[in-house]
Design a protein around this ligand. Structure first.
Ligand code: HEC
Ligand code: HEC
Length: 132
């Protein structure tokens, strides 16, 4: 029983450290400062927004594999519309013209580095390569 104060102190230190992200966010209101994304007005994405939010990276991988490995260059959306499979020609040229205000804003907020795609793929409106 003599260890009890030490155990309690250890527990208190652990709780403070484990809950750090929560009270730090609450104290600085960082969680509220979500980036404002520039969305293409009145357009339908190639798949439902909810799906794109969670799985756009998988879809891009699958698009790349279809083009590079099987030569399939057209995609039919769940709504039955067809599109060219093209990161630059479809995603960026037709809808998300300003990559910096959409893709990059969210990626830097969540700490994702997808910038290497732009080493090869052109992005209109961001012709000059941005910092990685
Ligand atoms: C080293 C250069 C290079 C890098 C880096 C690269 N790609 Fe590609 N990608 C290509 C080439 C070459 C093709 C084939 C183009 C074609 O045949 O039209 C391609 C095709 C694609 C396609 C299908 C066709 C098209 O025009 O969109 C998608 C989608 C794609 N890549 C996504 C990505 C994504 C996402 C990344 C980053 C995670 C990425 N690529 C990084 C070179 C690259
Ligand atoms: C609303 C937030 C958000 C937006 C907008 C967004 N992404 Fe992402 N993206 C993410 C998240 C989160 C991940 C990481 C998911 C994971 O690691 O499981 C990601 C991952 C990726 C990856 C995989 C990177 C890797 O290294 O594996 C690619 C490629 C990508 N996004 C491309 C794009 C492109 C292109 C756009 C713009 C047309 C875009 N994203 C817009 C949130 C976003």
């Amino acid at each position: 029983m003599r260890d009890q104060p030490i155990i309690l102190a250890g527990l208190a230190v652990f709780l403070v450290i484990a809950s750090f992200p929560f009270w730090y966010n609450a104290a600085t209101l960082r969680a509220a400062a979500r980036p404002a994304l520039q969305l293409p007005p009145g357009k339908q994405c190639v798949a439902p927004v909810k799906y794109m939010k969670a799985y756009h990276m998988r879809m891009l991988d699958s698009w790349r594999d279809q083009v590079v490995r099987t030569g399939v260059r057209r995609y039919t959306s769940p709504g039955g519309k067809t599109y060219d499979i093209s990161l630059t020609g479809t995603c960026l040229s037709q809808c998300h013209q300003d990559r910096a205000k959409f893709c990059d804003r969210c990626h830097s907020y969540v700490g994702v580095r997808a910038a290497y795609c732009w080493d090869c793929h052109n992005s209109p409106g961001n012709a000059v390569r941005t910092a990685r």
